[in-house]
Design a binder for this molecule. Structure first.
Ligand code: MN
Length: 283
């Protein structure tokens, strides 16, 4: 029995298969935690989503910004769905899309396992959020995504404002919670997200902090595994284990064993980008 957390797949099917081989994944006894952003940009999003879905009895996956974006696009008119990139269209116009997207929509924003001593989220937590507060706010969104109101939530999801405050209500509250869990990298001490900052620590404007280093942040009683921040790379510190190592940008795909006494990390090469024009990592 092993529990592995795996970084952002972003439609990188071959690296995913290679990583599962490298960790000798055994569906009879192992569990996989995916940090979100299963889809987009890698070119094989439909194959990747089908693979993860086929393993769903062994899998917990948290929603990332690209996953939520796919769900939102899937609710638009067909002519608008034809305007998105070919990789996402491969999912949107697949015969099994409804099965796959219904499963994806039911994924949580936060997964907490107190027995194991770990929690997983895609991007970050607000400075004041304890584990319990994070569970409460993730639960608010999860309930809506699993209810008949999910279309309304997805329609009102986009936007950078407002910053999180406990007094928010309605779509503003939903948007602020989703932005923290799925888009956070840097924030101001009171938690305002600096959406434009996507580089390595040290490159940010003065007064901004990586979300896990904000002065006065809440104590969290569980170790955290997350993804989303490819320019940060593999980072372990402050109880946070960030494992998006940029597979989609030609970096690596990373697995971290969560139930081992000592940290065990397995990496495989990411997508082959040698014949693609250079692109700047982001979003
Ligand atoms: Mn992301």
């Amino acid at each position: 029995m092993a529990v592995w957390a795996i970084g952002d797949l972003q439609g990188c099917y071959d690296p995913t298969r290679r990583l599962l081989d490298a960790i000798r994944f055994d569906p009879a006894q192992d569990r996989l935690w995916f940090c979100g952003d299963l889809v987009n940009r890698g070119g094989e999003s439909i194959e990747t989503l089908r693979l993860v879905h086929s393993l769903r009895d062994n899998v917990v996956s948290v929603l990332g910004n690209h996953d939520l974006s796919l769900l939102a696009i899937a609710e638009r008119r067909e002519e608008d769905q034809r305007k998105v990139n070919a990789d996402l269209q491969g999912v949107l116009f697949a015969p099994d899309r409804d099965v796959l997207l219904d499963w994806l929509r039911r994924c949580p924003l936060l997964h907490v396992d107190r027995t194991l001593g770990w929690m997983m989220l895609h991007a970050g937590l607000a400075p004041r959020w304890t584990t319990e507060l994070a569970e409460r706010h993730a639960g608010e969104i999860q309930r809506k995504l699993r209810s008949d109101g999910y279309r309304k939530l997805l329609r009102n999801m986009y936007g950078d404002r407002p910053a999180w405050s406990p007094n928010l209500a309605g779509p503003d509250r939903d948007r602020a919670i989703i932005n923290i869990f799925t888009r956070m990298r840097y924030c101001a001490p009171k938690g305002r997200i600096a959406f434009e900052e996507k580089g390595q620590p040290g490159t940010q404007q003065p007064g901004l902090y990586p979300w896990y280093e904000v002065p006065g942040r809440a104590e969290r009683d569980l170790k955290i595994v997350c993804g989303h921040w490819s320019t940060l790379g593999l980072f372990i510190g402050h109880g946070v284990h960030a494992i998006d190592t940029g597979a989609v940008w030609g970096g690596k795909l990373t697995a971290l064993q969560l139930d081992a006494d000592t940290l065990r990390i397995v990496q495989v090469p990411g997508r082959d980008v040698s014949d693609l024009p250079p692109r700047k990592p982001g979003a």
